[in-house]
Design a protein around this ligand. Structure first.
Ligand SMILES: O=P(O)(O)OC[C@H]1O[C@](O)(COP(=O)(O)O)[C@@H](O)[C@@H]1O
Ligand SMILES: [Mg+2]
Ligand SMILES: [Mg+2]
Length: 376
């Protein structure tokens, strides 16, 4: 087991309380001055639980890989880090040059650690690495890859699970078994969002020093929100509950929601999640009627599970519309799942609509939905 590259403890960070600039009564977070480094936080965490050293080592390795990937992305075509299509991965998705490079960097950085099993979006099957390892790691090396060639935010997502006795079950565990989860956004800033099971912290890459520094601690998502994210080009394929929810959002102050909504769609799960953690909101990638989209688009093990863990740790909610994402366990590595996540009130509303066809019908009836007829 390679020791974590941990540095001095004892740095103190001065703090101030911030609030999301979004809607609702934002619970806010603690804004940090950036003196506390990821290494410091990992070192403190190392002593907390039997798995903690292995988890800290994996996070440390992923952070090192993220610094390399951030450099690569920033160089773009100059470093042959492009959105050029190189083929398809085992799940049939278009694979870009950068998907392959990010996967190689992460596997090299994680490769020196004692990890029981490793899974990646870019690998056909999970790999058993070290039977004595205490943890299993699942990665989406590059999320939002359709954004690469337009210079928009992409990211890396990771999930860390305990190693079960039977390693063939490594990635068939419930999402609630996760020990840690996080993601990195490669945008104007490179940020690392992390939960070790006790809240959510956001770190910013200090490029000069080559380390991540704590920027926000104890992130909390506001319960209500005024922003939704969904790929509306698929509207005609949606199920009635999803259509009803979005119709409510679009009706704004004149509809049952009784307030206006803004809309964003970046096409990059990491960027949507970062926005929700910053100013609230709700994200939906539901199942729809297109061939191959019966379970939505996003993958359970290395996209929905880690995102759900982070969002719940920040006081939000993540659901298929019918079930809590963290209750689910995958039948296969690349299994897809509908994902609705974000501010708790909006996710609850989507769930209500999924459970109650009469409610859906009432939202769809134009007179009922309008203020002035049935609402005072
Ligand atoms: O192009 P669509 O259908 O809007 O899908 C966008 C979604 O697909 C993804 O890009 C899937 O992730 P990958 O890029 O890792 O395959 C998400 O980041 C994003 O939310
Ligand atoms: Mg992805
Ligand atoms: Mg990907």
């Amino acid at each position: 087991m390679v020791p974590v590259n941990l540095i001095v403890l004892g740095l103190t960070a001065s703090t101030s309380t911030g609030e999301g600039n979004g809607c609702g009564a934002g619970k806010g977070w603690t804004q940090m001055t950036g003196q506390l480094r990821l290494d410091d936080l990992l070192q403190r965490y190392c002593e907390t639980a039997p798995h903690a050293l292995a988890v800290a080592a994996a996070v440390d390795a992923i952070a090192a890989a993220a610094i390399e990937i951030a450099d690569l992305i920033a160089s773009g075509d100059l470093a042959d880090a492009s959105g050029l299509t190189t083929g398809r991965n085992s799940d049939g998705d278009v694979q870009r040059n950068l998907d392959v490079q990010a996967d190689a960097i992460l596997r090299r950085c994680l490769g020196t650690l004692s990890i029981a099993a490793l899974a990646s979006e870019e690998m056909r099957e999970a790999q058993i690495v070290d039977r004595d390892g205490r943890i299993c790691v699942a990665i989406d090396p590059l999320d939002g890859s359709s954004n690469i060639d337009i210079n928009m935010t992409v990211g890396t997502i990771f999930s860390i699970l305990p190693a079960p006795d039977d390693l063939s079950l490594a990635f068939h565990q419930r999402g609630s078994a996760q020990l840690a989860a996080g993601f990195v956004t490669y945008g104007p800033q490179t940020s690392l969002v992390l939960t070790l099971g006790d809240g959510v912290d956001v770190f910013t890459l200090d490029r000069k020093a080559g380390c991540f520094r704590l920027a926000r601690s104890g992130v909390q998502i506001s319960e209500a929100c005024e922003e939704f994210a969904i790929n509306t080009s698929n509207r005609r394929h949606w199920d009635p509950p999803v259509r009803a929810f979005i119709d409510e959002c679009l009706a704004g102050i004149e509809g049952p929601a009784n307030h206006d909504f803004n809309m964003r769609w970046i096409g990059s799960l990491v960027a949507e999640a970062y926005r929700i953690l910053t100013r609230g909101g709700v994200f939906l990638y539901p199942s729809d009627a297109r061939p191959g989209y019966g379970d939505g688009r996003l993958r359970l093990v290395y996209e929905a599970h880690p995102m759900a863990y982070i969002i719940e740790q920040a006081g939000g909610s993540a659901s298929t519309g019918r079930e809590r994402i963290l209750e689910l366990s995958a039948q296969s590595l690349h299994q897809r799942v509908p994902l609705i996540m974000g501010s708790i009130n909006e996710v609850r509303r989507v769930e209500e609509l999924h459970c109650d066809p009469l409610l859906v019908a009432s939202v769809s009836a134009p007179l009922f939905a309008r203020r002035g007829f049935f609402r005072l």
